[in-house]
Ligand binder design. Sequence first.
Ligand code: NDP
Length: 256
Amino acid sequence: MSKRFEGKVVIVTGASSGIGRETAIQFAGEGASVVLAARREAQTAEVVQQIRQHGSEAMFVRTDVTNVASLEALVAITIKTYGRLDCAFNNAGIAGDAMKATADHSEENWNAVLATNLTGVWLSMKYEIPAMLKSGGGCIVNASSTYGLKPSTAGHVPYAAAKHGVIGLTKTAALEYAKTGLRINAICPGWTHSEMVDPALEALPEQLGSLINQDVPMARVADATEIARAVLWLCSDESSYVTGHPLCVDGGWVAR
Ligand code: NDP
């Protein structure tokens, strides 16, 4: 059976752990050359090694999505190494402070969350889009969240504001480039096992357990592989008529 991403070059930001790690592994398993972008070198090198052991092509580029020069370099190194860019999953993100009311958040936390989760996505697209257009288009998936469509139930208004912003960014860009061969969508995961979520689940099992039961009709936390599969679909030819769409992978949460 032919692999869906044979000959394609893919950037995944935030590929050192969680959803980004799983997505990078799935892209590589389907034939893509994958550029894994994150700040932690040793952790990401382990993922690159795992991908190469399975006979696929991958490399690590140390990247901080809050730094414009870092993102310009990420795309430049990708083009220099692999000659093109076909797909990007702009996934890097942080939770920031949680379980606080709006007026109790610090300006520092607000700025950090917005810089990573919203400005970081825009800056990624700023360099990815021209690179993709040079080879006739491509696919971008931006990481939003259920909290990009619904209010935060976890007391993290900066996070919800940033994730709502990602949807506005995605829809606007999708329309601007709709005739160019470039599709731009967002993924809206619900609660998903990752380094962002698992420590909180361990620290507050009862509080978060009842929150999840109340929010999520399926009453369980997703595995990162379930989100990764949806990202690959949005980047594949199977979704060729889908653009500007926030795709919920949320156990039914947004339907509630
Ligand atoms: P993880 O904490 O496991 O992964 C976050 C990734 O982002 C890490 O690889 C981290 O790498 C990277 N990252 C953070 N800041 C930066 C930065 N400044 N520059 C580059 N990379 C950065 O969490 P998840 O896998 O859960 O999160 C992935 C995305 O999914 C996020 O955008 C998150 O908001 C979103 N999401 C997650 C949900 C969940 O329940 N898990 C639900 C909805 C959305 P490093 O530290 O090495 O730089």
